[in-house]
Structure formats: C-alpha cells, structure tokens
Design a protein around this ligand. Structure first.
Ligand code: NAP
Length: 284
C-alpha cells in the first residue's frame, strides 16, 4: 500500500496561521517581535532563502529587516554589526545567512550573536542547552522535523531512529532532539559500512546526506516513516535524497521534496523569533 505523504507545506501553513494569531496578541501587549537577517554577497540561492524568510516573517506580522552587505565586508565589520544588533532592544532574532565568504570565520560570527537572539540555534551555549534538555532555541530544520513527526502523530518514544548524516546543521541536532524524546538513535555517515544494513532497521529513517536518490525502497523497512531532508538540483529540478517512487511503496509515511521538510524550516525560524521576543520581554 502506498505511504501517507506528510506535506510539510500544509503543516507549515497551519502553524503560521496559529503564529499569526499569537503575534497579534503580542502586539496587544506592546511586544513587536523582530527578526534581522544579514546576508553577505550575492549568491542567488542564499538570496532567495533570505528573501523567503523576510516575506514569511512579514506574512505573520513579525517585523523584519534584511541587511545586505557586499562580498568584501570584513570580519570585523560584520562582528561590529552583530554587536550593534545584540544591543538593539527592538531586535529579538538575528540570523546571519551561511555560508559566509572564506575570509570570515563562521564560528566566530555564530559565537558573537547573543544566545538570547540566536534564533538559528547554532550558538554553542544553545547547542549545549539542547544537549542537556534545557530551554533554548532548537536549530530550525531539526526542530521542524520534530514538530512534523508530532503533528503527524508518529510515536517517537522507544522507536529506532536511523539518521543518514551527522552534520552540525541537521544530522547531529535532529538525533539529539529525538534522543531527548526517548528514541533510540543511530547515526550513519560517509564512513558507515553497509549503510543498508542500518537503514533497514529504522522505524523512522531521516536522510540528510545531500545525495540525490541515495536511499531507495530497497533500503527501507516495510512500514517505516521516511523523512527526506535532502535538497538536490538534478537537471534543473529539485529532488531529495530518497527515491520517492520506490520508497513510497514500502514506507508507512514519507515526506516529499519539495513541499516536505523545507517549509517547516522557515516556520520554526518564525517560531523561534516569536519565542525570543516573549523571553526577552518576559511575556507568556
Ligand atoms: P552536509 O553538511 O554535507 O552533511 C551531509 C552528511 O551526510 C554528512 O554527515 C556525510 O557524512 C553524510 N553523507 C554524505 N554522503 C553519504 C553517503 N553516501 N552515505 C552515508 N552518509 C553520507 O549536509 P547538511 O547541511 O547536513 O544537509 C544535508 C542535506 O539536507 C542537503 O541536501 C541540504 O541541502 C539539505 N538541507 C535541507 C534543509 C531544508 O530545510 N529542507 C535544511 C538544511 C539542509 P560525513 O560526515 O562522513 O561527511
């Protein structure tokens, strides 16, 4: 039987409607959550992401600013800008679009953002808080996956989650979030021997490798939940890391690419910005 397709796009829309209401309640309390996105250079993919983030913010009533800086911006200039945003009480969320040009140290930039405004959840303090199960900002893609599983009423506790990928952006944090939910978590990566032997054991298989069609129906256990995080461009078309057609015949649930995990990522960024404002102004 063909799998249920989990459309992140529809879930994201539902969540954004809920957030729009909440933002309007915050406005009544005098709190105006604001996200500032900083982009350096003119990479078209990054530019399209940041414009999408600004548009999505405005649609639910968040204030937002997009600061576009030239490729030659020095590290010092960027760090000074971040300090200014840290000290600006009208700003609640700061996001610096990665990757940055080679002459700027990503980690230094991430560590300069005030952890209270780190709505991407990449600051080591926030990563540590996530590891120890404390209140923090979760990185947006992993958080989107968690919310998507919950909204789709997929049981996580006691389930074997196999993750293909161990990046700091997706693989590691999604594993941590699901471990916090009492899943048993296995990470696979490029040095894993016999990938299929692992993926076949998954109750929930999360694929974040960035390799088109790495996983096919033959790599999946009957009835598994398959979350495809990959975004690859093949012959001008967006495609995931999972071969959708063969996988959907074996899985119980599957996310498509596009319209799957992607829209949830931006939604959780909006959520984190709203949360940042609530925490900074001590409102519920
Ligand atoms: P990344 O930093 O390149 O990490 C890829 C991971 O996959 C690494 O851990 C790598 O192993 C592993 N891997 C690569 N090839 C493999 C193979 N053949 N077998 C097993 N493991 C393999 O990528 P990322 O930032 O995590 O992103 C992963 C994918 O998700 C990309 O397609 C990206 O575009 C997409 N993405 C989507 C969203 C969204 O919102 N939809 C957000 C972020 C990322 P090693 O560690 O050994 O190198």
């Amino acid at each position: 039987m063909a799998a249920n397709v989990i459309y992140g796009k529809d879930l994201a829309e539902e969540l954004r409607q809920e957030m729009k209401q909440e933002v309007s309640t915050l406005h009544e309390k005098g709190v105006h959550p604001k996200l500032v996105v900083v982009i350096i250079g003119e990479d078209p993919a990054s530019m399209s992401y940041v414009k999408g983030k600004k548009k999505a913010s405005e649609k639910i009533g968040l204030d937002s600013d997009l600061i576009e800086l030239p490729e030659k911006t020095s590290e010092k200039e960027l760090l000074t800008l971040i300090e200014r945003l840290n000290n600006d009480s009208s700003v609640h969320g700061i996001l610096v679009q990665l990757p940055l040009p080679d002459h700027i140290d990503d980690q230094k930039v991430i560590e300069t953002i005030d952890p209270k405004k780190d709505v991407d959840g990449f600051h080591p303090i926030n990563v540590g808080r996530m590891m120890t199960g404390q209140e923090t900002f979760y990185p947006c893609t992993p958080y989107g996956i968690l919310v998507m599983l919950k909204r789709a009423k997929i049981d996580i506790e006691g389930k074997h989650v196999v993750i293909v990928g161990r990046s700091n952006l997706v693989g590691k944090p999604v594993g941590q979030l699901l471990l916090n939910e009492n899943a048993t978590v296995t990470h696979c990566h490029s040095r894993t021997k016999d990938l299929r032997a692992h993926t076949k054991q998954a109750d929930i298989l999360i694929v974040a490798a960035g390799k088109a069609d790495l996983i096919t129906g033959e790599d999946i256990r009957e009835g598994a939940v398959v979350i495809d995080v990959g975004v690859n461009r093949v012959d001008g078309k967006l495609t995931g890391d999972v071969e959708f057609e063969s996988a959907k015949e074996i899985a119980s649930h599957i996310t498509p690419v596009p319209k799957g995990v992607g829209p949830m990522t931006i939604t959780m960024l909006l959520h984190n910005t709203m949360e940042a404002a609530k925490r900074i102004h001590s409102v519920k």
